[in-house]
Ligand binder design. Structure first.
Ligand SMILES: NC(=O)c1ccc[n+]([C@@H]2O[C@H](COP(=O)([O-])OP(=O)(O)OC[C@H]3O[C@@H](n4cnc5c(N)ncnc54)[C@H](O)[C@@H]3O)[C@@H](O)[C@H]2O)c1
Length: 251
């Protein structure tokens, strides 16, 4: 199992912007080669440029995580380029822009959010684990949400998908604990990223009031937790849902 991150290979999905980009740059700062996957080609290419500026090797792969064949090709491209896959961070996700009531739920939007946020994580883990089984192990970190542990009112599909990610994480951690593959989830409260930027000001203020610490999280703070989970300092941690929420769940 990887001990320190330097010289290893990391894959981050949805790394074109926001939390994913911060995670990709944190891996670069630790000296890992970084594969960046995203549906947004321009954003993904910007991220690999930033990784290279930090002195690390980088690869961009256009990939929709909800498509099995694209995910398989992503893992193959990563291993072809770097020779291994030591760390995978399944971060790509989407959010419903406006709250919905159950009675008016949009079925197409439900399908899309479940496909990307839940099926996407399952597909990524499936192909990542296959590769890690061929090596000495690895570490997988899934970016869930506080909505994976409690409900986000008006976000049915998002809440259901993130609860699913926590469940998938636990099941996979259980299955692979004895073969050197650790699998954890991170459950952040609100983090200041482009995902949040679309929220109207009154919604931002309402969300802010839910954080006793008086601010939103920073993408770099989520990235720091991913680095800890990938390092041997957390060697006893698997199947966990690590909460980073500025006290939001302490209410
Ligand atoms: N921002 C928050 O408040 C917050 C809180 C808790 C959890 N999260 C989770 O963190 C993750 C990242 O969120 P963010 O705030 O950085 O979002 P973001 O919208 O800023 O970035 C998401 C990235 O994922 C990419 N993406 C979208 N669909 C994709 C797909 N099908 N395949 C591949 N890439 C795709 C986008 O192009 C974008 O680059 C998500 O899973 C989100 O649910 C975010």
């Amino acid at each position: 199992m990887p001990g320190t991150i330097k010289g290893r290979t990391a894959l981050v999905t949805g790394a074109g912007t926001g939390i994913g980009r911060a995670i990709a740059l944190a891996f670069a700062d630790e000296g890992a080669g970084v594969a960046v996957a995203d549906v947004d080609i321009n954003a993904g290419k910007e991220t690999i440029e930033l990784v290279r500026q930090r002195g690390s090797k980088a690869l961009f792969v256009e990939c929709d995580v909800s498509k099995g064949k694209e995910v398989q090709a992503l893992i193959e491209a990563t291993v072809r380029e770097f020779g291994s896959l030591d760390y995978a961070c399944n971060n790509a996700g989407i959010h419903n822009k406006l709250p919905e009531s159950l009675a008016d739920l949009d079925e197409d939007l439900w399908d899309l959010i479940i496909e990307v946020n839940l099926k996407g994580v399952m597909l990524c883990m499936k192909h990542e684990v296959k590769q890690m089984l061929n090596q000495a192990g690895g570490v997988i970190t899934n970016i869930a949400s506080l909505a994976g542990l409690s409900c986000e009112p008006g976000s049915y599909a998002y809440t259901a998908a993130k609860h699913g990610v926590v469940g998938l994480t636990r099941g996979a951690a259980f299955e692979y604990a004895k073969v050197g593959i650790r699998i954890n989830a991170i459950c952040p409260a609100v983090v200041d990223t482009p995902m949040l930027a679309v929220a109207p000001e009154e919604v931002r203020q309402m969300l802010l009031a839910q954080h006793p610490i008086g601010r939103f999280g920073k993408p770099e703070e989520i990235a720091a937790a991913v680095m800890w989970l990938c390092n041997d300092l957390s060697a006893f941690v698997t199947g966990s849902s690590v909460v980073l929420d500025g006290g939001a769940s302490a209410w």
